[in-house]
Design a protein around this ligand. Structure first.
Ligand code: GUN
Length: 293
């Protein structure tokens, strides 16, 4: 069994970006600029946005944070998005999700200029992904595809089971792995809350992607021997033995599943750092105007 070291791969990708940014600056080209909009005071969203700002600093990107109270109206939020859409100095824009209930996430995503949609959530970019056209891939699927590539994992003709059909992870993962590409060419089954016999289906996977959002959901009996297991979950659970009082776990029961599979991503240090690197890569692509000129 080999542990897929997302932290290491992400560090290498970030180092590469840092070098390229230094070159841009030497040539009087401005560093890539990522803007983030954060609404309300959801602690997890604050943590994510702070990490994204730290990542930007690490590779030499410029970052701007637009923080707004929970009570901001949809119209006011649109005005801020329009302002950033029209600011030529900003290359990428993300609106941290979830948003308060009175704001339509779908409308907000559609308001973002697709050329700046470095989350890859805009329907135009989702459509491009579906058609195999160059676009911004959502950061987590982008990161997972790069891990599969870096570890030279054979996907051709394999049975892939994706647990969870979210717009951000499960659905795009199922599309990317079923496409006629390498990595890709998998036979994909997308499981969700209404799936019958989910355990049995999971146990037939050569590649199992767990993005179900439930701590320790995947047990050893749900995993085929020598399967590749990618754990997208990240949950804080109480751990009295730790000084902090908590620990991070994924959707997979790591200790028991690791004994059975060929490759596994740990939590933390697997998919998470790759998601963060994916956003930086998309912002870099946006700054270079590689997709929308
Ligand atoms: N909330 C959880 N994941 C994400 C993400 O990838 N992008 C944004 N904008 N919000 C999120």
């Amino acid at each position: 069994m080999e542990i897929i070291d997302g932290k290491k791969v992400a560090s290498e990708l970030k180092l590469e970006l840092k070098k390229q940014v230094a070159e841009m600056i030497e040539n009087d080209i401005p560093a890539p600029h990522l803007a983030a909009i954060l609404v309300g005071d959801d602690p997890a969203s604050h943590t994510y946005v702070n990490s994204k700002e730290k990542d930007c600093r690490e590779v030499g990107f410029i970052s701007s944070l637009y923080k707004h109270p929970e009570k901001i109206t949809e119209r006011e939020l649109f005005e801020i998005i329009d302002y950033i859409n029209n600011d030529e100095e900003i290359d990428g824009l993300i609106v941290q999700l979830p948003l308060p209930k009175h704001i339509s996430e779908s409308k907000v995503i559609q308001r973002i200029n697709p050329a700046k949609d470095v989350d890859g959530f805009h329907p135009l970019n989702v459509g491009k992904m579906l058609k195999g056209l160059p676009t911004y891939l959502p950061a987590t699927p982008y990161g997972i595809m790069q891990l599969i590539e870096r570890y030279d994992i054979d996907t051709e003709g394999k049975n892939c089971v994706v647990l969870g059909r979210s717009d951000i992870v499960g659905t795009p993962m199922s599309i990317l792995l079923s496409r006629k590409t390498n990595p890709g060419n998998c036979t994909v089954t997308l499981c969700h809350s209404r799936t019958k016999d989910l355990k049995k289906i999971a146990a037939e996977a050569d590649i199992l992607i767990a993005a179900i959002g439930s701590p320790g959901f995947v047990t050893a009996d749900m995993v085929k021997k020598d399967a590749v297991v990618i754990d997208v979950g990240i949950h804080r659970v109480p751990a009295p033995e730790k000084a902090s009082g908590f620990k991070l776990v994924g959707d997979v029961q790591f200790a028991e599943v690791a004994k059975k599979c060929s490759y596994i991503t740990p939590v933390p240090g697997g998919v998470g750092p790759m998601t963060r690197a994916g956003l930086l890569q998309n912002t870099f692509i946006a700054a270079k105007k590689e997709i929308y000129s």
